[in-house]
Ligand binder design. Structure first.
Ligand code: SAH
Length: 332
């Protein structure tokens, strides 16, 4: 993720996608994301004014610029990709060089010119909240530099689960492999089903209610708390078929004068995170009021901690469908 080569080539981008402006363009144009951070900062200047702020993974420096404009005493913008050089240029051309110091390097390796900071701000969330595991970097920074009583923005992140009817797309993405121009490629189907799909789910596809799996308190949690098993019970809202479970998250800034935040759920305005779809091996036939119960276990992959391993156990004891199964998935 953090290559330091001077001449950027396609090989560098392969390992360091954050060096290219394209990914930053996508994030900046995600107005749900960027305006939420902006509104939090501009409408709650008391959190930022005269404070020392650390921007963890500054990218183009946008969050640092918001904080500088809100009156921060000083902002340290740490960015490990080549984009750090660009952020320096952006800071300078906007006249904030005396307030924002851009530091190029990994949070885990840089030295900060001050012993403590009052505020840590970061946009660290990945697909399925935890993919890319940047949360560990924020927790590292918090443990090392955040002053007693300092704040982390955002300070809460919650993961939710619901279930959808998705016959059409499951056919296209999974069953497709059963018969490819007359040939059986179902060995790929078995692999395809283990990869959660990041895609936009239409609100009309939702068959059950939504359940909170886990809320993480970024200001208090330990790194290990991002690995957990959470039980769930999803209640069918209508008679339908269920092809997949869908995970999404929200984040909140509870230190604001009035609580603020945003959701990446299927009923909210779309974000670049979309939702994460986990296809089920079986099609579940559910009647209104029936319950799918189970548990989801989430942990960073042991070999590659940026990947996420997911274990899903579910059972349905319904009028038309009795089933109990465990499926393993991997976000990669
Ligand atoms: N804050 C910016 C960018 C968010 S994307 C914005 O809101 O638009 C996250 C950024 O964190 C990426 O640019 C990535 O290169 C950087 N990053 C990820 N891990 C890091 C680490 N360990 N140290 C420093 N920067 C990191």
């Amino acid at each position: 993720m953090c290559d330091v080569a001077d001449d950027i080539t396609s090989a560098d981008y392969y390992f360091d996608s954050y060096s290219h402006f394209g990914i930053h363009e996508e994030m900046l144009k995600d107005v749900v994301r960027t305006k939420s951070y902006r509104d939090v900062i501009y409408k709650n200047k008391f959190l930022i004014k005269d404070k020392i702020v650390l921007d963890v993974g500054a990218g183009t420096g946008i969050l640092s610029l918001f904080c500088a404009k809100a009156g921060a005493a000083h902002v340290y913008a740490v960015e490990c990709s080549q984009m750090a050089d660009t952020a320096k240029e952006i800071v300078k051309s906007n006249g904030f060089s005396d307030v924002i110091t851009v530091l190029k390097g990994k949070i885990e390796e840089i030295e900060l010119p001050v012993p403590k900071v009052d505020v840590i701000i970061s946009e660290w969330m990945g697909y399925f909240l935890l993919y890319e595991n940047m949360l560990d970097t924020v927790l590292y920074a918090r443990n090392k530099w955040l002053v007693d009583g300092g704040i982390v923005l955002p300070d809460k992140a919650s993961l939710y689960l619901t279930a959808i009817e998705d016959a059409h797309y499951k056919q296209d993405k999974v069953e497709f492999w059963n018969d490819v121009y007359g040939f059986d490629m179902s060995c790929i189907k078995r692999r395809a089903i283990t990869e959660p799909l990041v895609d936009t789910v239409d609100g009309n596809q939702i068959v059950t209610d939504s359940k909170l799996l886990k809320t993480m308190d970024i200001s208090k949690m330990a790194s290990g708390d991002a690995s957990f098993t959470a039980p769930f019970k999803l209640v069918a809202k209508r008679n339908d078929y269920i092809h997949a479970l869908v995970a999404y998250f929200d984040v909140s800034f509870t230190m604001c004068h009035k609580m603020m935040g945003f959701s990446t759920g299927p009923k909210s305005r779309a974000t670049h995170w979309k939702q994460t779809v986990l296809y089920l091996e079986d099609v579940l036939t559910v009647c209104e009021g029936e319950t799918i119960s189970g548990s989801m276990t989430i942990a960073p992959n042991k070999k590659n901690p940026r990947d996420v391993d997911i274990k899903l156990c579910y059972s349905l004891n319904g009028q038309h469908c009795k089933i109990s199964r465990t499926q393993l998935y991997k976000m990669r």
